[in-house]
Design a protein around this ligand. Structure first.
Ligand SMILES: Nc1ncnc2c1ncn2[C@@H]1O[C@H](COP(=O)(O)OP(=O)(O)OP(=O)(O)O)[C@@H](O)[C@H]1O
Ligand SMILES: O=P(O)(O)OC[C@H]1O[C@H](OP(=O)(O)OP(=O)(O)O)[C@H](O)[C@@H]1O
Ligand SMILES: [Mg+2]
Length: 279
């Protein structure tokens, strides 16, 4: 039985659960549920705090988990990133009162509040900066106003929380974070089906199927516009001067792709949503 760790609350929990449901697993039935058996799929889900997931997976008690890259790096876990899951994007940044800091070196001798002391200790150690870390559980943006810190290091998405606290970002991006699958080399093999299913969900979310007819003489140009994943399907048509093409295309620029195909003579361009995929 594969044991999977899923965030029980916070920014990643609902999307992580939705992805698992799309991948054919039993979802979490209510937000108090801590363990759920999915015997049809041979898996058991453990709903735990996102911050603790790297610990359980790193110890080998749970086989695979979904957490944030920042949380994995903040932990001392042996777990490794298997792949990004294309949600929960954020950056990890320094911020302070406007004008107080320009560079990270300005933090020497200052107090920096964060929930990610593991990550920050390593960051300062690597750069030889001697700053004092103030460990807080959350809402670190208030720490400066409350007088316990001079600067903060925290997760930034829209930047609204920092703006509301009257703080300004400074220094380079500490980390680009996103939701990831984590596991250990000993356990990752057993999770192959789960990984493949989740990759299928990502493909279905990212791609659509595009069908079109094109004069055979323009086929090579069309292949350059819609190269597909491996190689598009090309079928003969009754009119031998034309062929039909079916290819996977990124959803991000469907209309741009259709414009380009149309400009080289493609006709009857049809786009169909992908419901599921296994690559
Ligand atoms: N506003 C956000 N946008 C995108 N990702 C975010 C945001 N806030 C947090 N995250 C990411 O979500 C993951 C879990 O953080 P989250 O804030 O949900 O957990 P937490 O701080 O332990 O829980 P809580 O905030 O409920 O106490 C982290 O990897 C973090 O980078
Ligand atoms: O840039 P924004 O879009 O405003 O998002 C960033 C905020 O989101 C998270 O807070 P969360 O709600 O998880 O609270 P927490 O600080 O208590 O973890 C994070 O800690 C930031 O405070
Ligand atoms: Mg949080």
């Amino acid at each position: 039985m594969l044991r999977i760790a899923v965030p029980n609350k916070g920014m990643l929990s609902s999307t992580a659960n939705e992805m698992l449901v799309e991948a054919g697993y039993r979802g979490r039935r209510n937000d108090r549920e801590l363990v759920a058996l999915d015997p049809e799929n041979g898996v058991e889900f453990f709903y735990i705090r996102p911050r603790d997931i790297a610990t359980y997976v790193g110890e080998g008690v749970l086989d695979i988990g979904i957490t944030g890259r920042d949380m994995l790096l903040d932990s001392e876990s042996k777990a490794q990133e298997i792949r990004a899951l294309e949600f929960g994007d954020s950056t990890f940044r320094f911020a302070g009162p406007p004008g107080d800091f320009n560079t990270v070196e300005d933090l020497a001798g200052k107090r920096v509040a964060t929930s990610y002391t593991g990550l920050l200790e390593q960051y300062f150690r690597e750069r030889g900066i001697d700053a004092e870390l103030v460990k807080l559980d959350g809402a670190v943006e208030s720490s400066i106003q409350l007088g316990v810190a001079d600067a903060v290091a925290d997760v930034v998405s829209t930047g609204n929380t920092l703006r509301q606290a009257g703080l300004e970002i400074f220094g380079p991006v500490i980390l680009d974070s996103t939701a990831i699958l984590i596991s250990t080399p000993e356990k990752v093999g057993a999770a192959e089906t789960l990984i493949k299913r989740l990759e299928g969900v990502l493909v279905a979310r990212r791609y659509s199927i595009m069908d079109y007819d094109i004069p055979s003489s323009r086929l090579e140009d069309a292949m350059a516009i819609t190269p597909g994943f491996q190689s598009p399907t090309v079928s003969p048509l009754h009119d031998e001067e034309w062929v039909a093409v079916r290819s996977l295309v990124p959803q991000s620029d469907l209309n741009g792709t259709m414009d380009k195909l149309s400009a080289i003579g493609a006709r009857a361009i049809l786009v169909t949503a992908l419901q599921a995929a296994r690559m």
